[in-house]
Design a binder for this molecule. Structure first.
Ligand code: PEP
Length: 253
């Protein structure tokens, strides 16, 4: 049975104290909540990973993810962070391919294929983000774009790797814009993604992969989006920065 997941991408927000407060606030909300096997993940900035991991008030069921990592194991890459550095401080998950990394830091499918391999070599679980731009959708190319992002970055992987991959479909036009894909648009794309994986890897793997939707999910729209059969949860940006909103989204799943 594939897992339901709500992951919060805190991006370049919050000081360490604010990060601790936020994870403590979410933990407080989860006290009498039966998460029923759902995974809850938060992704603070690199410098706030340890404070969040060590926060005494963190419900240990809340997992932690890094927002990025470098593809090399070590070396002269000023300002970068390697997989084993994350691993050894107790970070088991990493977000790769976020559209902001692609747009502002030039991350390509080829680079992401490399990062994916390195993360897996270090036994990390990956939340792999992808999605089309507005022009692609307007031109009716959104399925082609998504298919090529998946094929270029992930379809070199052996079957065994897929247990460590979570997909996050995030149409770029919906990220941080307040504009959300309709539940029908999300379902249509998620179904397409699952079929694309089934064609390459078979139904068993496709059925097991969790596919999250990301793009302006908030308490008011989460339930409807999560009700779709191929939507297994969400990657949440803005609304993950407030404990009340993030909890409401978890509760909606
Ligand atoms: C994101 O950055 O992954 C995201 C989905 O952001 P927001 O929820 O703010 O659109």
């Amino acid at each position: 049975m594939r897992k339901k997941i709500v992951a919060g991408n805190w991006k370049m927000n919050l000081t360490s104290v604010q990060s601790e407060d936020l994870v403590a606030g979410i933990s407080e909300k989860l006290k009498n909540f039966d998460s029923n096997g759902k995974r809850i993940i938060v992704a603070p900035t690199f410098v706030n990973l340890v404070p969040v991991i060590n926060c005494e008030d963190r419900d240990t069921a809340i997992e932690v993810a890094a927002q990025n990592m470098h593809q090399a194991s070590s070396g002269a890459y000023t300002g970068e962070i390697a997989a084993n550095m994350l691993q050894t401080i107790g970070v088991p998950n990493v977000i790769l391919g976020h559209s902001e990394r692609r747009a502002y830091f030039g991350e390509t499918d080829t680079l992401l294929a490399e990062k994916v391999e390195v993360a897996l070599e270090h036994n990390m679980q990956i939340i792999f983000c992808f999605g089309e731009e507005l022009e692609d959708r307007k031109a009716g190319k959104h399925f082609d774009v998504v298919e090529s992002q998946l094929k270029n970055a992930l379809f070199q992987l052996p079957d065994s790797a897929w247990k460590d991959i979570v997909l996050a479909y995030e149409p770029v036009w919906a990220i941080g814009t307040g504009e959300t894909a309709s539940p029908e648009q999300a379902q249509e794309m998620h179904e397409f993604i699952r079929k694309t994986i089934a064609l390459a890897y078979g139904n068993a793997i496709a059925d097991e992969v969790s596919i999250l939707y990301g793009g302006s999910v908030k308490p008011a729209n989460a339930k409807e989006i999560f009700s779709k059969p191929d939507v297994d949860g969400g990657l949440i940006g803005g609304a993950s920065l407030k404990a009340d909103d993030f909890f409401a989204i978890i509760d909606a799943m």
